[in-house]
Design a protein around this ligand. Structure first.
Ligand code: ADP
Length: 366
């Protein structure tokens, strides 16, 4: 769950020539970023409960299994864990599983939610021996709060400073030993001081279609809807390598099957029709992705364009583009990132059937 990242983006843009957002269909920030009530409830019910149900990320899971067994044998809390990767790939789900495997309680919060050092002290002093503290979007924690975390992570202590000026004194408060799990979509923004206090680092990568198909099948059986194998692959192929999106598309396809097709079973044909109705193409791109790519093509001759200019042209936030839109476009080779900015790759031109403009020539659209 992306605590603190539930903003609703309105990126309507009235500038002439900018590929418009289709008002009738969900745009990418809505699909990826905005967590609806339905998501929160269903994410909880579809969330894998232990490591055996957690699909993919094999190296991470194998390494964690060893670390968990070793820590349990020694009757010690697990070392602090750092998880990075794009949203919706299972960082929160895995953190809950780690706590479950360690037979401990988890307290979940997020960097922006801890506004003052006092909030963090309150959370830390309530932790029991071996508890897990999960901080999502840890890169967005304030410097002051972050500094309180250092001694807590290092030797389970917090330093209070009381009084001011010449009377100022530091009082040490002992905490119970705990495991911090920090998650972020932007590992590059973490300070090296905080990074160095973690013992284990794992990066989440996009899932392969076969892995997503397994997740979708498990979710379909939990939701009580029939799903044919090739339908699961069809949804998986169009889910941007992301389990959260796969589960969401499955629910939309289920609605379509029920209402439009009066069918209790999702076939490949139904999945294809439903996803096309949602304007999700064969590469998993939706209106917003297309809008980003076409804006770079039309306004910046395919790039390179700096992220600030691109965000301004799209009338959207840089963070939205960096965190949720471009990782997948980079992954599938539709976008390139260089020191000079973002450029659209040849594969994307091919995907759109657009002829790449030569210097001094006007863009040709099919
Ligand atoms: P993140 O914290 O990385 O943004 P979440 O942990 O909230 O992502 O994952 C979103 C949803 O995707 C979860 O509720 C879960 O249902 C599903 N999910 C994520 N990873 C997996 C996985 N490896 N196996 C099965 N389901 C998963």
């Amino acid at each position: 769950m992306d605590i603190g990242r539930k903003k609703i983006l309105t990126g309507t843009n009235t500038r002439p020539g900018i590929p418009p957002k289709n008002k009738n269909t969900p745009s990418s920030p809505e699909l990826l970023q905005q967590e609806t009530e339905e998501d929160i409830v269903l994410n909880l019910s579809l969330r894998p409960k232990d490591l055996s149900e957690f699909v993919g990320q094999v190296e991470t899971v194998d390494s964690l299994k060893i670390a968990i067994s070793a820590a349990k044998e020694r009757k010690e809390p697990l070392e602090h864990v750092f998880l990075s990767g794009p949203p919706g790939l299972g960082k929160t789900a895995l953190s809950h599983i780690i706590a479950h495997q360690m037979n401990s309680k988890i307290t979940a919060t997020s960097g922006p939610a801890i506004e003052r050092a006092g909030d963090l002290i309150g959370i830390l002093t309530n932790l029991e021996e071996g508890d897990v503290l999960f901080i999502d979007e840890i890169h967005r924690m304030s410097k002051v709060v972050e500094e309180f975390l250092y001694p807590a992570m290092e030797n389970s202590q917090i330093d209070f400073i009381i009084d001011k000026g010449p009377y100022a004194r530091t009082i040490k408060f002992n905490l119970k030993r705990f495991t911090l799990i920090g998650a972020t979509t932007r590992s590059g923004l973490l300070s090296s001081a905080l990074r160095s206090r973690f013992g284990m680092f794992y990066h989440f990568d996009f899932y392969a279609p076969q892995e997503l198909a397994r997740i979708i099948k498990r979710s379909a059986s939990l939701l009580g809807v029939g799903l044919e194998d090739d339908a699961a692959i069809e949804i998986a192929d169009r889910s941007r390598g992301t389990p959260r999106i796969a589960n969401r598309l499955l629910r939309r396809v289920r609605d379509y099957a029920q209402v439009k097709e009066k069918s209790k079973t999702i076939t490949k044909d139904i999945a294809d029709k439903a996803l096309s109705a949602l304007r999700i193409d064969k590469s998993g791109l939706d209106d917003y992705d297309r809008r980003v790519l076409k804006t770079i093509i039309e306004f910046y001759d395919g790039g390179p364009v700096g992220i600030e200019s691109l965000a301004a042209t799209l009338n959207d936030e840089q963070d939205t583009i960096i965190d949720t839109i471009e990782p997948y476009l980079l992954k599938i080779g539709f976008l390139k990132r260089t020191a000079r900015g973002r450029s659209v790759a040849d594969a994307a031109y091919k995907h759109f059937g657009i002829t790449k403009k030569k210097a001094g020539q006007k863009q040709l659209f099919d």
